[in-house]
Design a protein around this ligand. Structure first.
Ligand SMILES: CC(C)(COP(=O)(O)OP(=O)(O)OC[C@H]1O[C@@H](n2cnc3c(N)ncnc32)[C@H](O)[C@@H]1OP(=O)(O)O)[C@@H](O)C(=O)NCCC(=O)NCCS
Length: 222
């Protein structure tokens, strides 16, 4: 079975436990399906932004409908955080190619975060902005070429964005990339994040999947 992105439906299975609904779709122009208040949010945006926004909203509505929640506008607050229907928390991400959404019951989790990226090396010079000294020391332990190292840095980048999205809507404190340190279990598709003091806990766990030229990271804060 293939999903809306033409990927195997099993692609996102390892990302979260079953209580978290998740879906991926190819970015298309779904602006015609937007509610008027949503369309107003992107009225002056460039075409690519209109496409990613509308695909994310379409996907979110599909997941909400599967939970029996009637369609309605998914607006955003002053911090760009999506405003979910009462009782739901979730996260939206888009790359050039794909949009990903994850949702869970707000009563069952503190937060959920997703991030999708092309599974490509970061540009030169990005590593020192993304990785802490502990993470760079871990990277130094591999016999790897520049591209392999760059893909690992991309994984740090994406995992930290997923961490941020899981926590920011509740914590409301900006965390820079050096405020969070990750331990990656590449073979297991998992990571553990040491969080800043402003979090309500010291650690968070996340998972990632790679394939079809795409990297998706997910964090569920219970
Ligand atoms: C918020 C942020 C992570 C979003 O990432 P991005 O690369 O811009 O784009 P993505 O496509 O992955 O995600 C965009 C979606 O995130 C959601 N979003 C935006 N700001 C958010 C926030 N503060 N908290 C949670 N979700 C947010 C929105 O749904 C947005 O899509 P939409 O505007 O179409 O609704 C990024 O802009 C940012 O501010 N990063 C700096 C902080 C950070 O990552 N720290 C890492 C250390 S923990």
């Amino acid at each position: 079975m293939r999903d809306e992105a033409g990927l195997p439906e099993s692609f996102l299975s390892p990302l979260f436990e079953p209580a978290v609904a998740r879906a991926i779709a190819s970015v298309v122009d779904a602006t015609g399906e937007l509610e008027a208040a949503e369309a107003a949010l992107i009225a002056r945006a460039v075409a690519s932004r209109r496409q990613e926004f509308s695909t994310g909203r379409r996907l979110a509505r599909r997941l909400l409908a599967a939970r029996g929640i009637a369609p309605g506008p998914i607006l955003r607050d002053d911090d760009r955080v999506p405003i979910w229907p009462t009782g739901i928390t979730g996260s939206i991400s888009h790359s050039r190619e794909f949009a990903v959404v994850a949702l869970c019951d707000a009563s069952a989790c503190f937060g959920v975060g997703v991030d999708v990226e092309p599974d490509e090396p970061v540009k030169p010079g990005i590593e020192r902005h993304v990785c802490t000294s502990a993470e760079r020391a871990w990277l130094d332990g591999f016999d790897q070429d520049e591209a392999e190292r760059g893909r690992r840095v991309k994984l740090f980048f994406s995992a930290k964005e997923a961490v941020y999205k899981a926590f920011y809507p509740r914590v409301r404190v900006f965390w820079g990339f050096h405020d969070v340190t990750l331990e990656l279990d590449e073979a297991g598709g998992r990571f553990r994040a040491a969080l800043p003091q402003s979090a309500d806990r010291r650690h968070a766990e996340g998972r990632f999947v790679r394939g079809h030229g795409t990297l998706v990271c997910g964090v569920l804060a219970p």
